[in-house]
Design a protein around this ligand. Structure first.
Ligand SMILES: NC(=O)c1ccc[n+]([C@@H]2O[C@H](COP(=O)([O-])OP(=O)(O)OC[C@H]3O[C@@H](n4cnc5c(N)ncnc54)[C@H](O)[C@@H]3O)[C@@H](O)[C@H]2O)c1
Length: 357
């Protein structure tokens, strides 16, 4: 396994400490397990099996590879305790063994892909959640984690930035991003309804721009797009004025937050997961990235391309008060460190042909 990812997995195990023992000898189902976040869950549980557990944790991955990678991080792990099933989470699933934990991370996460596959986006969130919630109910799992998104807040009123979980959002039901935002909102409602009606032990996370090694170079989200272009000196296309802001949370910090939520005792709760350290404009992000690579890639302000859904939020920054106080979550990796690690990972893992331009 790549050394940078190995260090991340070690950091995750270290940060979880004794909490991770909950997974020992248990079975975890991960939908979207071939994607960016899903692969890190698999990697973290594999690391715990190799270094901490006497009784292994069994992992079942479900992915239809609509955007997931067949040659990604998951492919580097060979373990008798990990079973990957190529299947669509919106269709009936046949899994005989008992399940202890379910993580529903399948979805179309990158704006370019949810613009391309709007119906699949809605289905993965809503029908996928319904399918897995039924499973969770029948299998009487210990905990169910749904991956919602900070996008459910839409374009927040400036007085709700940083945005707390109780902010209800400013979202269009028919806009260019609605297939993503509104399906995540409905899936949250489904989760809460299964909790209220059937006592399914659901938890919901709303991630705020997680990035890191393992993101496919053609993922089209801003960090992989800028980093991979910077490596070959291609211009970094900053949409519009470049003043729109985001906060970027490094993968190892985020995975610790997600797992803490999955293992938390209070059901029917929702938590923001991300970092509130640096809210940064996209032009400034591009400047940091050009500073990290040797190629001095130029920065270009461009109009929104046709492939990208417009109506993007102007600002995004999480209020992390709830997860900090309830679960002791504390992101550690600053933006420059995380970007440098991710850039090194691309440098080490992209094929030589990528650099031949
Ligand atoms: N990474 C982030 O910053 C972020 C932010 C907010 C929300 N999220 C949510 O977290 C989840 C994981 O995000 P990610 O960054 O790993 O995305 P990703 O695109 O890297 O991974 C998603 C995976 O889900 C799979 N998938 C999609 N539809 C499926 C279906 N119907 N059946 C089975 N598999 C399916 C894809 O093939 C892919 O492997 C998504 O639900 C996303 O909406 C992520």
């Amino acid at each position: 396994m790549n050394a940078i990812i190995h260090e991340d997995l070690e950091a995750i195990a270290w940060a979880l400490g004794d909490e991770a023992e909950a997974f020992e000898g248990k079975t975890v189902l991960i939908s979207g397990g071939a994607g960016f976040l899903g692969s890190y869950f698999v990697g973290a549980l594999h690391y715990l099996n190799e270094h901490e557990f006497r009784k292994p944790c069994r992992v079942i991955v479900i992915d239809n590879f609509i955007t997931g990678s067949r040659s990604g991080v998951l492919n580097e792990i060979s373990s008798p305790h990990i079973r990957a099933i190529e299947a669509d989470v919106t269709k009936p699933l046949h899994i005989k063994e008992p399940l202890d934990y379910i993580i529903h991370a399948a979805g179309l996460a990158s704006p370019v892909y949810y613009r391309k596959y709007p119906l699949e986006t809605i289905e993965a969130a809503v029908s996928g959640a319904k399918n897995l919630l039924e499973f969770a109910r029948k299998k009487k799992v210990a905990s169910f984690l749904f991956f919602s998104s900070s996008e459910i807040y839409g374009d927040p009123d400036p007085q709700f930035i940083p945005t707390p979980e109780y902010y209800r959002g400013n979202v269009s039901s028919i806009g260019p991003r609605s297939c993503y935002d509104e399906s995540k909102r409905l899936a949250e409602t489904l989760c809460i309804t299964y909790f209220q009606q059937y006592n399914v032990p659901v938890k919901i996370v709303r991630p705020f721009n997680v990035y890191g090694p393992g993101m496919k170079p053609d993922d089209h989200r801003v960090v992989p797009a800028f980093l991979t272009r910077s490596l070959i000196g291609k211009p970094l296309p900053v949409h519009d004025s470049g003043n729109q802001t985001r906060t970027f949370c490094y993968i190892s910090d985020a995975i610790v937050g997600f797992l803490k939520v999955l293992l938390s005792v209070k059901n029917g709760e929702v938590y923001n997961v991300g970092t509130d350290r640096e809210e940064i404009g996209m032009k400034s992000l591009a400047e940091i990235i050009t500073g990290l690579s040797e190629k001095n890639a130029p920065i270009e302000l461009v109009s929104y391309p046709e492939s990208y859904p417009s109506d993007e939020p102007r600002r995004r920054c999480p209020d992390l008060t709830k997860i900090r106080s309830a679960l002791g979550y504390q992101p550690k990796i600053d933006l420059e460190t995380g970007l440098a690690r991710t850039l090194s990972w691309y440098r080490e893992t992209l094929p030589p042909s990528f650099f031949e331009v």
